[in-house]
Design a binder for this molecule. Structure first.
Ligand code: 0O2
Ligand code: 0O2
Length: 229
């Protein structure tokens, strides 16, 4: 059995730096949005989520790909997973530029499923990073996957992910066709939004500034807002 060798408590110890990495990265990436908003500039980051892969999912992927326990940290690149949602396709490039200039992580791989859509219809930009975490036992560098996608890409991927779970990848023909159609519609939506990007951005900045004025004196609206992002 391939997963022999890593047992309950060991998994906990193994996953600890990944938990720390996801926690730190969520705060840092959400911080990008905060900084843009403080300067009343359009933030290329809309919201950020993150998760550590469950032990069950890790084990499943290990057996599926024949990954040995001693190779799991190197071969499974998304044990720590972050997702950055953006409004417009062009924001993806802005986020990438911000990530590339950072000193606290090292990009080791990029996968562009935006210009090279997967056959499933999936679009996203994936970046694999090396990220060092300082623990009580010293520094440990882990791999993490950052997925960057528009709201439309995220909507499609979330729906497809749920359907995949239900049908285990064996979609009935009708669902398959509808997923193809919706992938095309999501792409068109991104294209249309791109065309009116400047108008939308201007409107949002005005709206944000107005909100700020209105909420003066009733607490820090920015922090309240960030709670959800
Ligand atoms: P499901 O069904 O597994 O999708 P907080 O720290 O309180 O702000 P919290 O509660 O940790 O936030 O949630 P967060 O970080 O906003 O989002 C976690 C959800 O996002 C999880 O959903 C993950 O599925 C999903 N997610 C985020 N990033 C990734 C990623 O890179 N890869 C994958 N596969 N999923 C990601 P749930 O709630 O666990 O439900
Ligand atoms: P989960 O539940 O999100 O953790 P592979 O895993 O074989 O597809 P690879 O090379 O490991 O390929 O990584 P890839 O393709 O760059 O990224 C894998 C992750 O991207 C997946 O994680 C998904 O989060 C997402 N993804 C890739 N293809 C699709 C797709 O067709 N539909 C959806 N909804 N998401 C996709 P996991 O571990 O497969 O799943």
């Amino acid at each position: 059995m391939i997963n022999k060798g890593i047992k309950g408590m060991e998994w906990e110890v193994f996953l600890d730096p990944y938990i720390q990495a996801v926690g730190e990265l969520k705060i840092k990436l959400r911080g990008i949005r905060k900084q843009f908003r403080k300067q009343n500039r359009h933030s290329p980051v809309e919201f950020v989520t993150g998760r550590v892969k469950s032990v069950e999912s890790i084990k499943e992927k290990m057996s599926l790909r024949g990954i040995k326990p001693e190779n799991v940290a190197q071969d499974l690149q998304d044990i720590a997973g972050l997702r950055i949602m953006v409004q417009f396709v062009d924001d993806v490039d802005e986020v990438l530029a911000l990530l590339r200039q950072r000193q606290d992580m090292k990009i080791i791989q990029e996968r562009d499923y935006i210009n090279h859509m997967k056959s499933s219809g999936y679009r996203s930009y994936h970046v694999i990073i090396e990220y060092p975490v300082d623990t009580i036992n010293g520094r440990k560098t882990v791999l993490a996957e950052i997925q960057i996608r528009t709201l439309a890409m995220n909507f499609w991927a979330t729906i497809e992910h749920s359907l995949n779970y239900k049908y285990q990848g064996e979609f009935p023909q009708e669902i398959k066709q509808r997923l193809e159609t919706t992938a095309k519609i999501a792409l068109e939506l991104d294209e249309e939004m791109r065309k009116i990007r400047e108008d939308i951005r201007e409107a949002q900045l005005l709206f944000d500034a107005e909100n700020r004025k209105l909420s003066d004196g009733v607490g820090n609206s920015d922090d309240t807002d960030e709670y959800y992002r």
